[in-house]
Design a protein around this ligand. Structure first.
Ligand code: G16
Length: 542
């Protein structure tokens, strides 16, 4: 190895300032922005090594997505758009936590262990969300990349899914699309417009929606999309960047609190959409004439997509193995609907896009969605090839060819590289238009079991460890037995607690058959969690 390449690594500006260890969590490193400069510098170094190992471009996105404005974070994106490989998460955690004096030796160790050829060129594609702290953190990352002679391709302010798209386009030599933001907008919007002009809306669908953009980068992307979409869809944007990021708005707030966002003029029974701070999650909602709030979350989106794809496959006489991937947060009714009505296999994996994405790859067409609205659809290359052939096959009927061509455009409309709120939104709009449905008709697909999620602060969330896709507590001792005892008293009751991998809280989720039981169920469980795990603040009142 040519060690002269490591001489630039020590950098006084990016010394480790905090003694607390930080973990690569559900979606990368995430914490208070002011504790992250050295982390970003070191992730810049690591991104270069990863790029050399893979001999491909790597993505580095600076965002804390749905978290509060004062947090920030970083995710590394592997060459095919997927999240950083699990083995490298461990390497990353070790690298950001070593003492400054051990930084160079740790880098040397990684180079040797991973057998990295340091003469390979490294490209790191960077992007950031709209947080005030993001430019400073980007500088730190760029310094790290340059210290190891990596090439930086910076795209400035982008949504997380845009960065995933840019990485994949770069690594596929534009096969997936043009590696520019224009390429992103044009690919998705052209596919949307194509399908729209092939469909007739006979029903209640109106080509207009209200969008809560969480005061994040999604507002910029949605405005840009509007230019490309022209009059095919009117997007009325609220929380478009002038208010506080994710504060009482955005997909996470709307989903967890089950109320409309602030600064939002919800029209009665009108299709409304909420995305999160980096535009990788989406939920739909509406407020009815009795002021009741209704949410159509990731589960409702996934089932809508699955049903539509099934119909298109039937029309085109193509047969592929469809599968749907969820997490434990999926509403029990959605899983019943997938298995019994759609008759599609449903698989449950731990929280975190990396788990869902990897599982979905096992199906010909893998649909994955977390209930919080993070998801996409993956199509195997062989599937795409077969569909392409079907479009031009003279032996197929006009109807079959039209359905196949729609399918092909649906594939182009979907950002397969990761869950993408705006691409998902256009897909949902396409399906509702095809069915002629308003949001109430869509909601009727199945009835959600009443459900609730609460976030609880505890002294040390790491004392809660879990197994079985995050649904069973291993520690603290006795907690799971207490939860089981409570849940057993409720019809169709289900409840679990797990530490968040993105926020300094634990999440408690509950669902049961009767709405009137739900509050008691979740409060009873919250009370034992508070006692067993060291809750902070007022104890939940039972
Ligand atoms: C991230 C992950 C999601 C996960 C969410 C919450 O979303 O990408 O897969 O569901 O965090 O994770 P946790 O429950 O561990 O806090 P985002 O939108 O914040 O990047």
């Amino acid at each position: 190895m040519e060690y002269f390449q490591l001489k630039n690594i020590p950098n006084m500006k990016y010394m480790r300032k905090y003694s607390d260890n930080i973990q690569y969590g559900t979606a990368g490193f995430r914490t208070k922005a002011n504790a992250l400069e050295h982390v970003l510098y070191r992730m810049g170094l690591l991104a270069v090594l990863r790029s050399k190992v893979k001999n491909a471009a790597i993505g580095l996105m600076i965002t804390a997505s749905h978290n509060i404005e004062s947090d920030n974070g970083v995710k590394l994106i592997d060459p095919a758009g997927e999240m950083l490989e699990a083995a490298w998460e461990r390497i990353a955690t070790n690298l950001v936590n070593v003492e400054d004096r051990n930084l160079v030796s740790t880098i040397k160790h990684i180079i040797e262990e991973e057998n990295i050829n340091m003469s390979v060129d490294a490209i790191v594609i960077t992007g950031r969300d709209t947080r005030e702290s993001s430019p400073t953190l980007l500088n730190a990352a760029v310094m790290g990349i340059k210290a190891l002679y990596g090439i930086v391709q910076d795209f400035g302010i982008v949504t997380t899914p845009q960065l995933h798209y840019l990485v994949v386009c770069t690594n596929t030599k534009s096969n997936y699309g043009d590696p520019t933001l224009h390429g992103y907008y044009i690919k998705i919007s052209e596919a949307f417009k194509y399908v729209r002009q092939k469909q007739i809306n006979n029903g209640q669908y109106v080509a207009e929606l209200l969008l809560d953009a969480a005061n994040g980068v999604g507002a910029i992307a949605a405005k840009e999309f509007q230019k490309y979409l022209g009059t095919t869809l009117a997007i009325n944007i609220y929380n478009d960047g002038y208010g506080k990021l994710n504060f009482m708005c955005g997909a996470d707030f709307v989903k967890v609190e089950q109320v409309p966002p602030v600064n939002f003029h919800a029209k009665r029974n009108f299709r409304s959409v909420s995305i999160d701070g980096d535009a990788d999650r989406i939920v739909y909602f509406y407020v009815d004439e009795y002021e009741k709030f209704h949410i159509l979350d990731g589960d409702k989106i996934a089932t809508l997509i699955a049903e539509y794809l099934k119909e298109l496959l039937k029309e085109s006489h193509l047969s592929f193995q469809l599968g749907l991937v969820q997490t434990a947060y999926a509403n029990g009714s959605s899983t019943d609907y997938i298995l019994n009505v759609l008759q599609i296999p449903a698989v449950c994996v731990p929280t975190g896009i990396k788990h869902l994405h990897n599982k979905a790859l096992e199906f010909d067409i893998g649909i994955y969605f977390e209930a919080n609205g993070h998801g996409t659809v993956l199509f195997k290359e062989t599937v795409i090839k077969t569909i392409k052939e079907a479009v031009t096959n003279p032996e197929r009927s006009t109807n079959e060819k039209e359905a196949a061509s729609k399918l092909l455009n649906i594939i182009n409309m979907i950002n397969q590289t990761v869950g993408d709120a705006l691409s998902d939104m256009l897909l949902v709009e396409t399906i509702l238009h095809a069915k002629g449905w308003d949001i109430m008709e869509w909601e009727k697909m199945y009835d959600d079991l009443p459900n609730k999620q609460i976030k609880m602060k505890v002294y040390d969330k790491s004392i809660i460890t879990t197994t079985n896709v995050g649904t069973q507590c291993i520690t603290p001792e006795g907690l799971q037995d207490a939860i089981d005892e409570i849940v057993s008293q409720y019809k169709r009751g289900r409840c679990f607690v797990r530490p968040s991998g993105t926020e300094d809280i634990v999440r408690i989720y509950a669902e049961c058959e009767n709405l009137c039981d739900l509050d008691k169920l979740i409060k009873d469980v919250a009370s034992v969690v508070y006692d067993c795990a060291g809750g902070i603040g007022p104890k939940p009142q039972v």
